[in-house]
Design a protein around this ligand. Structure first.
Ligand code: HEM
Length: 152
């Protein structure tokens, strides 16, 4: 393989990894949009009712099958991309990383909130959950601007 072929192969691999990154970003964020919605409906169901049991199952499935694996894959592919292009020294990447760390914290909070709900606790009001539900949308808008426009 001469150097031109190697370059082409590397950039193709990079493109595939980026595609995988964005696919799992979509799964992760879609799940993060949905999970607090489920919690809102869950909290409207009477405690101990069969309806509440169904919400507990749906929430656990969404967390364990979609959002947690998707988050881990987004991180894995994202860190590979960052190492490949040497993003560590770029301003946009520092801010993106900070936002993604905060979003991962939000993810962790929402996972632990679901476990509390399953134990019969209801720590936040429906209104508070609706307000928190705005966080992934705002984070996504800022992250996409940073990664595409790269303003600094
Ligand atoms: C979890 C940690 C993450 C890391 C380490 C990371 C890192 C990266 C890197 C280095 C790139 C390549 C940029 C380029 O080729 O110019 C990239 C692309 C991208 N990332 Fe992430 N990312 C992460 C999470 C996210 C999240 C949460 C979102 C959206 C909410 C996101 C959205 C995107 C998009 C849309 C692209 C493609 C941009 C393009 O077309 O060049 N990433 N990511």
């Amino acid at each position: 393989m001469n150097s031109l072929d190697l370059g082409t192969a590397l950039s193709l691999t990079y493109a595939w990894i980026k595609a995988a990154h964005v696919i799992f970003v979509i799964f992760w964020i879609a799940g993060l949009f949905l999970l607090p919605r489920y919690y809102i409906y869950h909290q409207e169901a009477p405690a101990g009712s069969p309806e509440e049991k169904k919400w507990i199952e749906r929430e656990a499935k969404l967390r364990n099958i979609i959002i947690t694996p998707a988050m881990l894959l987004v991180w894995t592919f994202g860190l590979i991309l960052a190492s490949t292009i040497g993003a560590w020294s770029q301003g946009w990447f520092h801010v993106k990383l900070l936002l993604v760390v905060l979003l991962s914290g939000y993810h962790g909070y929402m996972v632990s909130y679901g476990k509390k709900l399953a134990r019969g606790e209801r720590p936040a009001s429906g209104k508070a959950l609706r307000i928190m539900n705005e966080i992934p949308g705002i984070a996504t808008a800022l992250i996409v601007i940073l990664v595409i426009v790269k303003p600094f």
